[in-house]
Design a protein around this ligand. Sequence first.
Ligand SMILES: Nc1ncnc2c1ncn2[C@@H]1O[C@H](COP(=O)(O)OP(=O)(O)OP(=O)(O)O)[C@@H](O)[C@H]1O
Ligand SMILES: [Mg+2]
Length: 387
Amino acid sequence: MAEVRLVNLAKAFGPVQILKGIDLTIPDGEFVVLLGPSGCGKTTTLRLIAGLEEATSGEIFIGERKVNDLPPKERDIAMVFQSYALYPHMTVFDNMAFGLRLHGVRREEVDRRVMEAAEMLELTPLLARKPRALSGGQRQRVAVGRAIVRNPKVFLMDEPLSNLDAKLRVQTRVELSKLHMKLGVTTIYVTHDQMEAMTLGNLVVIMNQGIIQQMGTPSDVYDRPANKFVAGFVGSPPMNFFPALVDGEEELFFQMASFRLPVLPERCAALAPYRGKDVVFGIRPEDINMGGGDGAVHIPVTAKVDVLELLGAEIFLYLSSPEGIFVASSASQKLLSQKFLKLKATAVSFIARVDPSTPAKEGDSVQVVFNLGRSHAFDADSERAIY
Ligand SMILES: Nc1ncnc2c1ncn2[C@@H]1O[C@H](COP(=O)(O)OP(=O)(O)OP(=O)(O)O)[C@@H](O)[C@H]1O
Ligand SMILES: [Mg+2]
């Protein structure tokens, strides 16, 4: 087991900068999920750690040791790839034993480790079979087994479940979690599936365009996103964003294109520097509820139900608040930027996730309230979270 530390790690392929200075410390024994959209550099990061690719600049430490110049087999790492590529002509046992034999491990030791891993992964009855006689999930477990027997300091897993169907993914996900609890080996797990990231990782690292956007617990990144990218990437349906103008004198308001909401007193200090400026107001679909408000804070917003999706335990309402009920004070009218004025003319669309007993129908005009205590605001230019 070991800590993995990346220091200002960069990678370019020719003129294209793929990783742009990654600083990341993965504590010893931790299960960390690297989450980000396709092409953001997740696989490249793993391949650099594994030594399959050379860094353009920066340092990689495994434990105390800088490994930049070590060949892959001396890094004490085992990688599970998306395409798990088992040897088709070898049995499950031989597939799992192959790497150990190659390293010249004694026969009794190979047997012991393979049997132990097979037991852990419930592969014992399948040891004599060839891969073609296994289900997708079983093959996946053999690929994991092949990594376990190596007894590495670090596991690198690159979307290991993406070839499995939805049900098997969930099942294997739980198995991987249990396995990590048992083995306690530092694991870096790559996925672009946010459900997988949120359920598997103690820590989630969100990456975009070769830059780490945020590292935190699943609830950190969900409840306290560091910027608009993280806020929009984590959560499904995604967070609603509204361009807004910070308006008002003593009391502050978010002036949206077609409605306005008060800024909670405890948020005023953070937003005061933005008075007269554009920000982005964010709120998750589950923090928008049906019903009238209490007047002071929970100002009801009128919206039309464009589409209603019933998903059994919940309903997604695709709402639009009509254009033209624009109520900015004349003082703030002057402050409105060109960008905002353009938005003013368009209806604002957003999604609410509500109780399935909601009587709303498509085409209805409804009143919704925003749970402002759970809202977010982002700097319109830098996209960093203001709160
Ligand atoms: N050998 C290479 N030569 C040139 N460009 C490469 C090479 N390998 C990767 N890239 C580019 O680097 C970027 C990051 O690739 P990477 O495979 O790390 O993405 P990823 O985050 O793993 O995406 P995915 O979720 O699709 O697997 C991509 O734009 C890719 O085209
Ligand atoms: Mg990849």
